[in-house]
Design a protein around this ligand. Structure first.
Ligand code: UT7
Length: 335
């Protein structure tokens, strides 16, 4: 899928929020057959955050959304899109509740489900709402209480995933102004559906027949292989549609699944290590929240600065992937 519109979606605010509870590799060593050395060297992760009991995706989304709205200089939006793999309930969508709690009762609000590619899919959804004139300002949130899907006894997923939320505000604007989403590429391959799935709880198998079927299952090695190939191809297409060479990319903001994946992607695209955004060490893989969390942290630290050409990309269960380009605008960080 490609994207072209004279009425562009322009990034105008951002924010993020992490639950306070931290799980270290040493904490995992205490309950699982794993080691700090294995987790750091195979994934790049040292700590991740976890929601405490009773805290859910909507709570994270509201915190991040509030900051993004403040950062945009306006408390308003006329649509709320929530990318998440962990909605508060199977039905209804979580976004209307988030919108109401943000004081946005009455606006369009719905969830987008594309697991780790959720934010890029949400970006395309928000850009579409703006392009068609359905909305002038969209609050797009990626939020995950991903730990609620994790089997505490599965070392291959418990070591990787974390909880958190990131949000951006997009407003209608000119395609040539900084912050405008210039190009967008999306793709999927349902043939890889069972490489990452939660077998029970949905329409196919409502009630778990065994304990483990309500948890996430992941064939990490197979996904790893697809991840670099599909993200690199999506980035190449997004760059071409933007009229960029790959060497024009100033900052590569890739979904934080594994430091080895991000580095292999950087190598494939020829982006030097100093141009690769990374926060996986302290947040782990936060699925839909990964990219907006990273954007907010990089903006706050100054690693992302006005005028930089930014490539966003993500990949995950589905399988689903995507990439988007923009020139970084001046944005306020809200503490
Ligand atoms: O977010 C988007 C969706 N997800 C991804 O993109 C994940 C992509 N995949 C990965 O990040 C990596 O494949 C993992 C980090 C999940 C696994 O790393 P790997 O280097 O591919 O390891 P592996 O799956 O090939 O497993 C190698 C060994 C296995 O032991 P045996 O069978 O060789 O005895 C695993 O059981 O490592 C073992 N292992 C662990 N050992 C200690 C797996 N997890 C752990 C662990 N601690 N936490």
């Amino acid at each position: 899928m490609t994207y072209r519109s004279p009425r562009a979606a322009v990034l105008t605010g951002l924010g993020s929020w992490l639950p306070p509870d931290t799980v270290t590799n040493a904490d995992l060593e205490a309950t699982l057959d794993t080691s700090d050395e294995w987790i750091r060297s195979r994934t790049g992760i040292a700590t991740r955050r976890r929601v405490s009991p009773g805290v859910s995706t909507s709570d994270l989304a509201v915190e991040a959304g509030l900051k993004a709205l403040k950062s945009s200089g306006s408390g308003g939006a006329d649509a709320v899109v929530l990318a998440t793999t962990t909605p508060d309930e199977l039905c209804p969508a979580t976004a209307p509740d988030v919108a109401s709690r943000l004081g946005l009762s009455g606006v369009a609000a719905f969830d987008v489900s594309a697991v780790c590619a959720g934010f890029v899919y949400g970006l395309a959804t928000a850009a579409g709402l703006v392009a068609t004139g359905v909305a002038d300002r969209v609050l797009l949130i990626g939020a995950e209480a991903f730990s609620t899907l994790i089997d505490p006894g599965d070392r291959s997923t418990a070591a990787i995933f974390g909880d958190g939320a990131g949000a951006v505000v997009l407003r209608a604007g000119d395609p040539d102004e900084p912050g405008a989403i210039i190009s967008l590429v999306l793709g999927s391959d349902g043939g890889g559906n069972d490489l990452l799935n939660v077998p029970a709880g949905g329409a196919r198998r409502r009630v778990p027949t065994e304990e483990h079927s309500r948890y996430l299952r992941m064939q990490g090695r197979e996904i790893f292989r697809f991840a670099v190939r599909h993200m690199a191809a999506a980035c190449a297409t997004a760059a071409e549609q933007a009229g960029w060479q790959l060497s024009d990319i100033d900052r590569l903001v890739a979904h934080q699944a594994n430091a080895r994946i991000s580095n292999a992607l950087g190598d494939a695209l020829g982006v030097p290590p100093e141009g690769r955004a990374s926060n996986i060490e302290h947040v782990g893989n936060t699925a839909s929240a990964s990219v907006p969390l990273l954007l907010d942290e990089d903006n706050a630290s100054g690693a992302l600065s006005e005028g930089q050409r930014v490539m966003i990309t993500a990949f995950g269960g589905g399988l689903a992937w995507g990439a988007a380009t923009l020139v970084w605008p001046s944005l306020t960080t809200v503490a």
